[in-house]
Design a binder for this molecule. Structure first.
Ligand code: KG4
Ligand code: ZN
Length: 342
């Protein structure tokens, strides 16, 4: 009999309905993602009610596809892992209800997974040698955290954003310059044609909290720049603005990550979350790590943005630690990293 642990991962916290089958926490047998981006683009951002409805429509199909792609049935699955927070409550509930139904019907263990822990664990898929403890910079649409993953499922938070998350800043600036939703990839693309030093945007430093981030001042500076240009009837170069804004974000992220690696004695920086697919951020961290003689580790773009393979990976380590959720597992929209709400 095989000792393999096969986790069915389910993710529905925002605007992707996703399911995956992951073997022993690191090997992805399937990874199915149904994105709702086109639907939300019409509204310039994620509409929670539409997201929930679309998850309901898609979830069965996505799970069936994940099982078929992995050439397994539910009888081969060891446990069901599902994102239960943080995220949009209605969207999370769809995944949680579905995971409970499958676990109940097939008498399988149920493991609730923290979405951000999932983002960190995305790195285990392509970096087989990576093991905690390590320093990780998490940059997503809702979170910007600099953490130490002390052990599987255990985090020490060194710094976090005081206001907007990095991805949120990308999305807001993209909207302000008319690039639309989702902003991150559009700014990334526009910036490739621009000069990152064309406009000097501010970098925030928080007194007494060297590892905390703040992006709302930067966002306001971009909006002010746009308003002034409009009042004076001047044309704005979107590529220059995108590149200069992105440069300010990358500076803030890279400088703190490198400073933390030095202070806490880590020889490697691990990157995670949707913004981790940003070209300038990857390049900036790569260069800084090379200069400081640090290793640098990040997931492929498909594992940076929301997916269920990362939930299968995180779920595996929780499962191995004996973590089990009961039927009372609920969606927790504001779940804190390192906390368990079951
Ligand atoms: O991790 P994620 O998929 O969802 C959350 O958990 O929030 O992150 C989505 C965020 C969005 O804000 C999106 O604009 C940003 O990641 N993003 C990017 C890029 N690709 C996605 N930001 C900058 N550059 C990119 N290439
Ligand atoms: Zn995410």
């Amino acid at each position: 009999m095989s000792e393999d642990v096969l986790i069915l991962g389910i993710e529905s916290s925002c605007d992707e309905t996703a399911a995956a089958v992951v073997r022993n926490g690191r090997e992805v047998l399937s990874n199915v993602i149904s994105s709702q981006i086109d639907l939300h683009t019409l509204f310039g951002g994620v509409v929670p009610e539409i997201a929930s409805r679309k998850h309901i429509e898609k979830i069965n199909q996505v799970i069936d596809q994940a099982l078929a792609d992995a050439c397994v049935t539910l009888d081969d699955i060891t446990a069901v892992a599902v994102t239960y927070g943080p995220g949009l409550v209605g969207a999370l509930l769809v995944g949680v209800a579905q995971a409970k139904a499958i676990a109940w019907a097939k008498d399988l263990p149920l493991v609730g997974v923290h979405h951000i822990e999932g983002h960190v664990c995305a790195n285990f898929i392509e970096h087989q040698e990576l093991e905690p403890p390590f320093l990780c910079l998490i940059v997503s649409g809702g979170h910007t955290h600099l953490v130490i993953m002390k052990d599987y499922g255990e985090f020490e938070i060194l710094g976090r954003t005081r206001d907007d998350a990095a991805g949120e800043a990308f999305d807001k600036v993209a909207r302000a310059v008319g690039l639309g939703y989702p902003g991150g990839p559009k700014i990334d693309r526009a910036a490739r044609e621009g000069n990152p030093h064309a406009i000097e945007f501010p970098r925030a430093h928080i007194e007494g909290a060297p590892y905390d981030f703040s992006f709302s001042g930067l966002k306001s500076a971009v909006l002010n720049y746009l308003n002034h240009a409009k009042m004076r009837g001047e044309e704005v170069s979107v590529p220059d603005l995108a590149a200069s804004f992105q440069n300010a974000v990358v500076d803030a992220l890279v400088s703190r990550a490198v400073m933390a690696a030095k202070e806490f004695g880590y020889r490697q920086i691990v990157l995670a979350g949707g913004v981790a697919s940003n070209t300038a951020l990857r390049r900036g961290l790569e260069e800084a790590c090379r200069k400081e003689n640090l290793a640098f580790c990040f997931p492929s773009p498909v594992y940076c943005t929301d997916n269920a393979a990362m939930i299968g990976a995180a779920g595996y380590y929780e499962y191995q630690k004996g973590v089990r959720s009961g039927w009372e597992l609920n969606a927790v929209p504001n779940l804190k990293l390192g906390e368990r709400a079951f």
